[in-house]
Design a protein around this ligand. Sequence first.
Ligand SMILES: Nc1nc2c(c(=O)[nH]1)N[C@H]1C(S)=C(S)[C@@H](COP(=O)(O)O)O[C@H]1N2
Ligand SMILES: [Mo]
Length: 247
Amino acid sequence: MKKKHIITRRTAIISGLSTIGAVLLNGCTKPAPPTYGNILRMGDLFTYEAQRALLDKRALSKEYNQGDISSFPATGSINPADSSKPGFNKDYELLHKNLFSTYQLSIEGSVARPGLYSIDALQKFKSRTQITRHTCEEGWTAIAEWTGVPLGLLLQHAGIMPNARFVNFYGYDNYMESIDMIDAFHPQTILAYGMNGKNLPIQHGAPLRARVETQIGYKSVKYLKRIVISDHFIDTGDSGWAWYVGI
Ligand SMILES: Nc1nc2c(c(=O)[nH]1)N[C@H]1C(S)=C(S)[C@@H](COP(=O)(O)O)O[C@H]1N2
Ligand SMILES: [Mo]
């Protein structure tokens, strides 16, 4: 059952990539975004076409009701402001002291407009709230409500370049993971600042974490510090865990 599901998602990804290839080859004959023709805005064409070609065909991960919300364990780093805990980081300790008012997410790499975003700035984007099930590779699951900004909106705002293929997430605790553009533009891939109607708590990644609902829990990076858009992905290497872990 589970295996079948994974195969289905792989097929979707492969056809997705060939669609992007077709989009790039036929770009001129397809409807173009208003920024078409501006070399710095080529990323807009890519996202515009790719989103329309792909996203409506992509299945949403199941969403639940308020009554399904469960208790939620915190794993991995649970407080980078605590020097007695793994993942301690001095910059994070300072942010925590300032109640995250000085926090700024950095968006860098293959984007026309690299930039820093405070939580206030992120909250000005249209938000998305979703109640989803988190699945950890260690074998537990839990359901919570997440509120945040769709990553695709932010990437469009930053203007991703044509060579952009991966989104690399870096956490304050030195944790890192990456996803491809198909998952990055999935409507349920959000940068969450809220959990169960409150600000995201420390143990779950305050002030901002990724929620990648199409993949297993370790892709949902907590304590986001930087997002680097690139033509190559960060491979966490010898950990033995797969890079792509669709659920
Ligand atoms: N920065 C960071 N992000 C992380 C981790 C971590 O240790 N550090 N652990 C990952 C793993 S394995 C899981 S299951 C989830 C756990 O999220 P939770 O602590 O909110 O349950 O976060 C993921 N993201
Ligand atoms: Mo996990």
